[in-house]
Write a protein that binds this ligand. Structure first.
Ligand code: PLP
Length: 411
């Protein structure tokens, strides 16, 4: 049976054995509400949110404006399925198409669904334009594309993949940022390459300029579909609307999800005309994807995020955060290196490889006890992804906690 426990900490509301499947941690913090960049647990204890629900709550918590849009839309109509559509979905798709040279949008509900759709669209494109035998898909070491079988097959981390073999055939993992491996491997048998401009889950590394250039060139020459997975990096998180811009990638398909509907589940694939032309009615679908409530909210989120002044402020906040993190690395022995871009940043922590993962877990728990929620990336990277509306004083507040907790740690 599940129980709430005050014994571990007098002020902490932890839930043990929650009634969820065992794939999630057996002890969870019981959160109750949020306001701006802060969250409150069931006892009213306040936490500064440096995680944004894994890079989702870009506009912070407790947004009356978004709640009102969702409520109004729910009163009108909640769901129509993909047999019909609504003005909200059309408006939202229109805004998304203008993020680049795109002709259409496919809506899903989660990041992994956007990835599945992108992989399937790429295979359709290869099949229709080149015939059979050009279906292979390349991804990269350290990548994270999701948990469904297609996206998982492109996520070459043994702990995620091994229990679920056999995976989908035709996937090959190449070393990230290895131009020679690209040149050697990518041939006519490939339908697609999927790449994160900055690896959010896999250690906050980004594509090098040379690697991005080689990917663009080889994919163009061989008509391989280049998919940028911007589920985590997209929509302002790294200081540009799309991280592909600063990374130098020219993707054919772009996947988006996390911040798109302000915390409601919505994902999207941006599709150019050339690929859209090869997709036939009924070849892919989602019952819930692109529903009126999520797309109505997403329309408002896009209006806010795509404003030039908003993006400028994200860049400033990102620069300030990186300065503060560098300052921690200069002062604290265990803080080895600043990683990331914009407001998807982190610190490489110098724990020995063998127990880095479990020690990172307890490091993040200690920060939580002091009122800061943060994330891990890879084995030893402390990942910080605050709401994009974070103020400099709040960055100071969070960095103080990070510095003090790290300073108490020993190798
Ligand atoms: N792709 C990337 C780059 C991600 O970071 C994630 C999740 O962290 C996913 C895909 C999967 O998204 P979801 O958990 O919404 O299925």
């Amino acid at each position: 049976m599940y129980k709430q426990d005050y014994q571990k900490s007098k002020t902490f509301r932890l839930v043990h054995n929650p009634p969820f499947a065992n794939n999630y941690a057996r002890t969870l913090l019981l959160l109750d509400r949020g306001e701006g960049c802060y969250l409150f647990d069931a006892d009213g204890r306040r936490y500064l949110d440096f995680g944004s629900g894994i890079a989702v709550n870009a506009l912070g918590h407790g947004r009356e404006d978004l709640a009102e849009i969702a409520a109004e839309q729910m009163k009108k109509i909640i769901h129509v399925s993909n047999l019909y559509t609504t003005e909200a979905a059309i408006q939202c798709a229109g805004r998304l198409m203008h993020l680049g040279n795109f002709d259409a949008v496919y809506f899903g509900n989660s990041g992994t669904e956007a990835v599945e759709a992108a992989l399937k669209f790429a295979r359709l494109y290869a099949l229709r334009t080149r015939g059979e035998g050009h279906h292979r898909i390349a991804s990269f070491s350290g990548a994270f594309h999701g948990r469904t079988m297609g996206a998982l097959s492109a996520t070459p981390t043994p702990a995620y993949q091994d229990p679920f073999r056999p995976l989908v055939p035709g996937f090959q993992a190449l070393p990230y940022n290895d131009i020679e491996a690209l040149e050697r491997t990518l041939d006519d048998s490939f339908a697609a390459v999927i790449v994160e401009p900055l690896q959010g889950e896999g250690g906050l590394r980004s594509v090098s300029p040379g690697f991005a250039e080689a990917l663009n060139r080889i994919c163009r020459e061989k008509d391989i579909v280049l998919i940028a997975d911007e589920v985590q990096t997209g929509l302002g998180r790294t200081g540009e609307i799309l991280a592909s811009s600063w990374a130098g990638l020219n993707p054919d398909l772009v996947t988006l999800a996390k911040p798109l509907a302000g915390g409601l589940p919505l994902s999207a694939v941006l599709v150019p005309e050339r690929i859209n032309r090869q997709i036939k009615v009924g070849e892919h679908a989602s019952t819930f994807g692109g529903g009126p409530v999520t797309t109505a909210v997403a329309g408002a989120v896009l209006d806010i995020i795509c404003d030039a002044a908003f993006i400028r402020r994200v860049q400033e906040a990102g620069e300030y955060l990186h300065e503060r993190l560098q300052d921690i690395c200069d002062r604290v022995a265990l803080a080895r290196e600043v990683r990331g871009h914009g407001l998807l940043a982190g610190i490489a922590v110098g724990y020995p490889e063998k127990d880095a993962k479990s020690r990172m877990g307890s490091l993040i728990e200690k920060m939580q006890e002091r009122g800061l929620l943060a994330l891990r990336s890879g084995t030893n990277i402390l990942r910080i992804a605050p709401p994009l509306i974070i103020e400099n004083e709040q960055i100071d507040e969070g960095c103080e906690i990070i510095a003090s907790v790290l300073a108490e740690e020993t190798e």
